[in-house]
Design a protein around this ligand. Sequence first.
Ligand SMILES: Nc1ncnc2c1ncn2[C@@H]1O[C@H](COP(=O)(O)OP(=O)(O)OP(=O)(O)O)[C@@H](O)[C@H]1O
Length: 241
Amino acid sequence: MRPSVVHLNGISKSYRMGEVGVRALSDASLSVSPGEMLALTGPSGSGKSTLLNIAGLIDCADSGRYLLEGREVGALDEHERALLRRVAIGFIFQGFNLVPVMSVADNVDYPLFLSGVPTAERRKRVGEMLAKVGLSEQAARRPDALSGGQRQRVAVARALIKTPRLVIADEPTANLDSQTANQVISLIRELCHEEGAACLVATHDSRMSDRCDRVLAMRDGCLLETVPPAQTLQGEAHEVA
Ligand SMILES: Nc1ncnc2c1ncn2[C@@H]1O[C@H](COP(=O)(O)OP(=O)(O)OP(=O)(O)O)[C@@H](O)[C@H]1O
């Protein structure tokens, strides 16, 4: 079996709200393999975004271990985390988060530019990626001239252009109609499988979780055992002993 891209073990995280501590994650453990899509489901406030932020090296856990491609990353300082995040992790958000004053091509190019990839290679890779997501003809347009589905395809292209080891997607289909959501899900699946990237998705959307390889439900900061997507939707998940 191929080693996990993400291995979280016993992760806990609390936030302080004045005098009060909010326990956002309790002893959460999970692994995601190369090419695997893992969905995190659960009600609002159950800890999905907190877990994504830790896996995406945006935030740090209070306790527990995080191995990214076998490397212990829990103790990295902010600068080291930012460097690793830039190289190894792609993000897809519900609100697309594209740069409005940049063209589609420049949005997709931006991670390569930041990584110092030479211009000719960047141009080639951006052209290939835009072809893969079906947006070659929109390359020179600004994001506000695109539909929601097209914008999310730009965001998928931007996340995958640097061939990340891990893709973090936070409610990637929440703003999309069914047909468009299906296209975006297929695209994320296809590109992650092709590149062998692990994909961790937080979603309330059964269209998304039904097409993931595995679904983990969360409740009150705890990860619940893996259950088939249909059962998760009926709220029949059980806490892991
Ligand atoms: N920056 C913060 N400061 C204080 N409390 C926070 C912070 N971020 C999250 N929380 C709290 O931590 C808990 C988990 O929140 P989190 O956003 O991870 O849940 P979620 O499952 O992603 O919710 P949603 O589906 O609404 O995005 C909640 O009780 C939330 O109020």
